[in-house]
Design a protein around this ligand. Structure first.
Ligand code: BES
Ligand code: MN
Ligand code: ZN
Length: 497
């Protein structure tokens, strides 16, 4: 896929040369300031067309007008709904409607005049969301198709911008570009099938990221290294597979030497069959997405590599394949984790927490400022929150709040579930210190309770992205690139505070 070039343009819209100008229209069929100016300069052509064709300004509607002007020949009127209630959700709808007008045309460049679309949404936010939405629509995973999708003609999009906002606008474009690149990496890794995206493949990708970026180093722990560290929980998952498990550590040093790092820990189960507690066959293919936590960590680290914030960040990816085999773990097996806590494995399909707990113990040595783990951990999370919202749980209110706020800012939303002590007894085991499942009820919470036993040494939160990391079934099936926007925003907020 060709990359789109996003720029700012600070000329008066009337003097702008472009194949096409995009203007907001609201549900009362009114225009914004720049729209009015063009309308007045072109003998009211826009307002006449609105009446003649009864053009709707509802969010999700868009209409293309042909116009005889020396500088441009088309105007797309993009519906934004009620001008007083414009949210990032409306903006996404509006931008998708705009994209649908442009697709399959010969438009090569486009000027978007959304600068005075809303008093509440800052222009830099509008730019970031617009780019993210356009690029979300352009993303296409066709590397295994012998016939590729045709390339669009469009290669340049400029945003009309007040000269006084040039600097914030430019940094918003850089942020959006880095975020989009990160999301596309997360999508590609997620969409790759399990026979290609193995733990070794993820390790190679991390190595390549470190090789091609400044301030990065990489460390790969092999199964033998993990044995030496007594990571019995991790190894109990990977041992049934012929693909060797890997603990993949990326270190980014953009801060002062002595600054405590922020750590991201990703679940990287490259295929989850359930193991001996085998999953049913229907939709089992979707368990190739069980490494989307790891993919979001890789995507976020790639954005960090682009943006080079003044922070120290470590990412740890716990990657294994969960397979049934003659030497696989069985229900009832007891293993000892790197922390010394013994675990009775009652269900081999609750494998995510087993690989994560040893990675979380490994994180202790960094004396981290915060640790966030990201995992497609429980089907119960989809029951609780569906596909729009990730779940957050943690042992520290400020980490939890910062994640919730970052999710809102980046329009990649999350919601907190409680991990009161009352739930902890659900993972008591008669034979070991704890068991790996919590019985009936509160499945996402008891999974987080399990992780909380390994995170007592630092401020920690857990993101369950089982519902948000991919779209299941249907023609839109595929990884979403979430929660890269949330994680990136969370980290960048650390730089200013
Ligand atoms: N990777 C799954 C969770 C999952 C299931 C994510 C469906 C997205 C869609 C995880 O490893 C798992 O199998 N969890 C079990 C836990 C149970 C055995 C306590 C689950 O959710 O059923
Ligand atoms: Mn599982
Ligand atoms: Zn899993």
């Amino acid at each position: 896929m060709k990359t789109m070039n996003y720029t700012l343009q600070t000329n008066n819209l009337l003097d702008t040369e472009s194949d096409c100008i995009c203007l907001p229209i609201f549900s009362d069929q009114s225009l914004c300031k720049s729209g009015q100016e063009i309308n007045d300069a072109c003998a009211q052509i826009i307002t006449k067309a609105i009446t003649r064709y009864d053009i709707s300004g509802d969010a999700g509607k868009a209409f293309t007008l042909s116009i005889d002007n020396q500088n441009y020949s088309r105007i797309v009127l993009v519906g934004f709904g009620d001008s007083k209630k414009i949210s990032t959700e409306t903006l996404k709808k509006s931008v998708n409607a705009l994209s649908s007008q442009i697709i399959d045309t010969n438009i090569k460049n486009l000027c978007i005049a959304f600068n005075d679309v809303s008093a509440e949404l800052k222009h830099e936010q509008v730019i970031r969301e617009t780019i993210t939405t356009i690029e979300g629509g352009r993303y296409c995973f066709d590397q295994f198709k012998t016939k590729k999708s045709p390339e669009s003609q469009l290669s340049e999009i400029s945003f009309q911008c007040d000269a006084s906002k040039k600097a914030v606008g430019d940094s918003s474009i850089s942020l959006a570009n880095a975020q989009v690149k990160g999301m596309n990496i997360a999508k590609d890794l997620g969409n790759l099938p399990g026979n290609i995206c193995t733990p070794s493949y993820l390790a190679e990708q991390a190595q390549a990221l470190a090789d091609n970026s400044s301030n990065f180093s990489v460390k790969i722990l092999e199964e033998a290294d993990m044995e030496a560290l007594n990571m019995g929980a991790f190894l109990s998952v990977s041992k049934g597979s012929t693909e060797p498990g890997k603990l993949i550590i990326l270190e980014y040093k953009g801060g002062k030497k002595e600054d405590a790092p922020h750590i991201l820990v990703g679940k990287g189960i490259t295929f989850d069959t359930g193991g001996i507690s085998l999953k049913p066959g229907a939709s089992m293919d979707e368990m190739k997405y069980d490494m989307c936590g790891a993919a979001s960590v890789m995507g976020t680290m790639s954005a960090i590599a682009e943006l080079q914030p003044k922070l120290n960040i470590v990412s740890i990816i716990a990657s294994a394949e969960n397979m049934p085999a003659g030497n696989a773990s069985k229900p009832g097996d007891i293993v000892t984790s790197a922390s010394g806590i013994t675990i009775e494995i009652l269900n081999t399909d609750a494998e995510g927490r087993l690989v994560l707990c040893d990675a979380l113990t490994y994180a202790e040595q960094y004396k981290p400022a915060s640790v966030v783990d990201i995992a497609t951990l429980t089907g119960a999370c989809i029951v609780a929150l569906g596909h729009c919202t990730s779940a957050v749980m943690g042992n520290n209110d400020s980490v939890v709040t910062e994640l919730l706020d970052a999710g809102k800012q980046a329009s990649d939303k999350a919601w907190q579930l409680p991990i009161w002590d009352d739930y902890q007894e659900q993972i008591d085991s008669p034979f070991a210190d704890i068991q790996n499942i919590g019985g009936k009820g509160a499945g996402s919470i008891t999974a987080a309770c399990f992780l909380s036993r390994f995170t007592k040494e630092y401020p920690w939160a857990h993101l369950d992205i089982a519902g948000t990391a991919w779209v299941s079934g249907g023609k839109n099936k595929g990884a979403t690139g979430r929660p890269v926007p949330l994680l990136l925003q969370y980290l960048l907020n650390k730089e200013v505070s």
